[in-house]
Design a protein around this ligand. Structure first.
Ligand SMILES: C=C(O[C@@H]1C=C(C(=O)O)C=C[C@H]1O)C(=O)O
Length: 364
């Protein structure tokens, strides 16, 4: 390519950038107007709701449907995710609590879902994320709920039994783990590997093959594991890219998770009900009386109405020995007439039924 051609293309890019800049500013001004309209139509004492997850899901879907490339749909939606995040921050920057410390996959999930124009606060434990939301100190919390290799995150499920929360979104993240070491680590003398118990389990076969005699130490998070390794010469950590970059560690081995499709699903928890979008999921907790056929009775209404169950999990109820609650996720919104009828049917048989929330299916 000649210098001349390159110059002409750069002039064209500069002029396009100017147009994009103008358009983004126009869009931001519209969002400010939306804030004004929302605030003006409020009754006495009523608080405005700036963040609308159902609207954001619709915007992202529209972008993906209309995208003609060459950028891929996910890439384009990611850019619009950030534009919306910044526009919303003009109305009101969201405050988000997540399972910390900084550098966790939960933080990456929070950014993927809300974008980067938020005020985010790392919490030391899942229960603290719930408490921070319940106290109204933040707008939303982000917690892991299930991993495709290791199954349910029981702390999260149990926290739903103790707190009244509304689930208002979900996001899925591909999880890649690396074996990380610090500057001072003697790589042939590693005697200890730190990580979160879930991550150690997701890399169990790899560890058995490569470090069978090394002590595996479960700590509160992957980021905490990375932090510890920095100061020790005989240890390594299993963690992801964010933690590796944050603590300046070297990747001794990359992508060591046993399953290449290893993914974690995260939930956004808050106090705000989300209206239907036409492509939603619902999460409920049900407890049945301890009698033969109880689980069958619970599942029949779903089957009879052709409702797609996406997950069912059993946990001890914590209110009596050998009694259980079921966490069920299914496709549909609790305001859909068909779903309403199914939930009514179940509640006739159930000891208790609680709708944790209906929310748009993850777009990104
Ligand atoms: C602009 C609005 O408010 C927020 C910002 C949005 C955006 O930038 O597109 C979308 C939904 C809301 O979270 C709106 O409600 O339309």
């Amino acid at each position: 390519m000649s210098e001349q051609e390159l110059k002409a293309l750069r002039v064209r890019i500069d002029s396009l950038d100017e147009k994009i800049l103008e358009l983004i500013s126009d869009r931001a001004r519209c969002a400010e107007e939306v804030a004004r309209v929302k605030t003006a139509s409020l009754a006495e004492g009523e608080k405005p709701v700036f963040y609308r997850p159902e609207r954001e899901a619709a915007v992202l879907k529209r972008v993906m449907e209309r995208n003609k490339g060459p950028l891929g749909n996910e890439e384009m939606a990611r850019l619009f995710r950030e534009i919306m995040s910044s526009c919303l921050a003009l109305e009101e920057p969201l405050k988000i609590a997540y399972l910390g410390p900084e550098g966790t996959f939960t933080q990456a999930a929070a950014m993927k879902h809300f974008g980067h124009a938020v005020i985010s606060r790392p919490m030391a434990a899942i229960d603290e994320v719930f408490r921070e939301v319940a106290a109204g100190a933040v707008n939303f919390g982000v917690v892991p709920v299930e991993n495709s290799t290791e199954g349910a995150v029981s702390h999260t499920l149990d926290s739903f039994l103790e707190h009244d929360m509304v689930i208002c979104g979900e996001v899925e993240l591909r999880i890649h783990h690396h074996l990380l070491v610090g500057e001072n680590t003697k790589t042939d003398s590693i005697t200890r590997i730190y990580s979160h118990a879930q991550s150690l389990a997701q890399c169990r076969k790899w560890l058995d093959a490569h470090y069978p005699n090394v002590e595996r130490v479960a700590v509160s998070s992957n980021a905490e594991a990375a932090k510890r390794v920095k100061g020790e010469w005989n240890s390594a950590a299993i963690a992801g890219d964010m933690a590796a970059n944050l603590y300046g560690l070297t990747r001794l081995a990359e992508k060591i998770e046993d399953r290449p499709d290893n993914s974690t699903r995260f939930l956004m928890i808050g106090n705000q009900e989300v209206p239907p979008t036409g492509d939603d999921k619902t999460s409920i907790i049900v407890s049945m009386s301890n009698k033969p056929g109880a689980l069958h009775e619970l599942l029949v209404p779903f089957h009879d109405n052709g409702i797609d169950l996406t997950r069912i999990e059993t946990r001890p109820s914590r209110s009596g020995k050998w009694t259980y609650v079921f966490f069920i996720d299914f496709v549909g919104h609790h305001r859909d007439p068909l779903i309403k009828a199914v939930l009514e049917k179940i509640s006739q048989e159930a000891v208790a039924l609680k709708v944790l929330g209906s929310y748009p299916k993850a777009v990104l």
